[in-house]
Design a protein around this ligand. Structure first.
Ligand SMILES: NC(=O)c1ccc[n+]([C@@H]2O[C@H](COP(=O)([O-])OP(=O)(O)OC[C@H]3O[C@@H](n4cnc5c(N)ncnc54)[C@H](O)[C@@H]3O)[C@@H](O)[C@H]2O)c1
Length: 186
């Protein structure tokens, strides 16, 4: 089953970590993917790495002007926007609150808004926040000890949840959040 054939997906923060895995997942499922990131060099490397229907739109999402530019680039290149994955620049409480508010506001326009809430994963973000290039065995064990499933999240875990929420199978799901956290929040 090809869930996303003919769809266009924009993924922000797509040069690394969760965003990269999400972009790869959608591309593997047949979408056109508009990759966006502040890190243009890594994005370009991504673009050159396969025959996927991708294009890239450099954007710093902390700059208000870059957001309409990104949407315009997507429109010019692909002519549509079916799924927006707002992956870069996550702030837990604000994301949940604004997702619920937007879900209410946009439901009548046939637009769903959901969030994904991951537990720690050994991405650039996690290594940066711990000030290391690689997690040590002790650092990894300390993180894992708080997660009932007994491992860190992998980017593919997050990509799978995002793909489900974006699919027609989730048509009745809006204004909610999936905890991809191995049971940590129980
Ligand atoms: N890794 C974790 O443990 C973890 C857990 C919970 C939430 N998160 C959130 O998940 C999101 C993705 O992080 P990740 O773990 O994949 O980290 P990552 O560092 O591997 O990837 C983040 C990507 O976002 C890009 N980026 C950063 N600032 C940007 C900006 N202003 N505009 C556009 N792109 C920008 C970076 O260049 C990078 O490619 C982040 O918002 C992070 O806060 C991460």
């Amino acid at each position: 089953m090809n869930r996303f054939s003919g769809k266009v997906v924009v993924v922000t923060g797509a040069a690394s970590g969760f965003g990269e895995a999400i972009a790869r997942r959608f591309a593997a499922e047949g979408t056109s993917v508009c990759l966006s990131d502040i890190d243009v060099e890594r994005l370009a490397a991504e673009l050159g790495s396969g025959e996927r229907p991708v294009d890239c739109a450099p954007a710093d999402l902390s700059q208000e002007d870059d957001v309409p530019k990104l949407i315009e680039t997507d429109r010019t290149t692909f002519g549509a926007l079916d799924v927006l994955v707002n992956n870069a620049g996550y702030s837990h409480g604000a994301v949940l609150t604004s997702s619920r508010r937007l879900a209410l506001e946009l439901a009548r326009h046939n637009i769903r808004v959901n969030a994904v809430n991951p537990v720690a994963a050994a991405t650039g973000f996690m290594k940066g926040s711990m000030g290391v290039d690689e997690l040590s065995a002790d650092q990894r064990a300390a993180l894992v000890s708080t997660i009932p499933r007994g491992r860190l999240a992998e980017p593919r875990d997050v990509a799978a949840a995002v793909a489900f929420l974006a699919s027609d199978e989730a048509d009745m799901i809006t204004g909610t959040s999936i905890d991809v956290d191995g049971g940590r929040s129980i």
